[in-house]
Ligand binder design. Sequence first.
Ligand SMILES: C[S@@+](CC[C@H](N)C(=O)[O-])C[C@H]1O[C@@H](n2cnc3c(N)ncnc32)[C@H](O)[C@@H]1O
Length: 263
Amino acid sequence: MQTGSLVCVGTGMTLGSHISPLSRSYIEQADVVFVLVADGITEKWIEQMNADVRSLQPYYLEGKSRMLTYREMVAAMLVEVKAGKKVVGAFYGHPGVFAWVPHNAIKQARELGFSAHMEPGISAEDCLYADLGIDPGTYGCQHYEASQFMFYKRNIDTAAYLILWQVGVAGDRSLAKFSTDSEYRKVLVKLLTEYYPSEHEVILYEAATLPIQPIRIDLMPLVILPDAVMDLKTTLIIPPTNKAELNTVLLAELEGLNAKKNM
Ligand SMILES: C[S@@+](CC[C@H](N)C(=O)[O-])C[C@H]1O[C@@H](n2cnc3c(N)ncnc32)[C@H](O)[C@@H]1O
């Protein structure tokens, strides 16, 4: 194993309160910390933990493909790993949830023979279960990136929750936009109304990233979604519209099995 190493940690969603002691300790003991968090205040907070904190934010540019941005971020971290440094990537939320850079940086570092792993964090998903009082085990829960949900044919279970991430850039095939407009969202809503009534109540959710910030929980009928305000931190939650149907064939099979076992 070579001397350089990489740990990707999650800083959680809310400034100051969500980071785990282990992730904090990795940040404090790193030779260099690359940071990608929700706002400048959180960045400043991480800067207090280590003398060499470098923001990955400047790699983002409107009109530049996010794939190129992500590859550049991975490359920047790997340069320091190859130089033999203890590198930490600190990402808001959970570094493995809808996050290409940490997964790929770890993969590439390992392929080059370096030690690399991930430390989990509190993601937007964790916050929404707490803030909206949703238990994913009650009806089941499906998660998709909104654009991918549009680009590929999916089998949607309308008896379970459907959660669409990055809804603020839904339908952007260029991967270069910071937002898409109501025309794109109309296409998404058209797709969704193949499964849900147009008056079905959906939720636009934004967890607090600063302790003083209010949580956004906006309920609205699906049909007005194209005109709703949303940005890069908005997640769309679509509650179930019908009850799950019993699988009578399988239940009968289990009955038979029970009877056999109890003989
Ligand atoms: C690239 S993903 C990163 C998710 C992050 N790794 C996590 O663990 O939550 C960005 C998407 O996460 C969701 N997201 C980010 N910040 C959020 C917030 N404050 N509240 C709700 N969802 C958020 C949105 O769907 C957003 O488009």
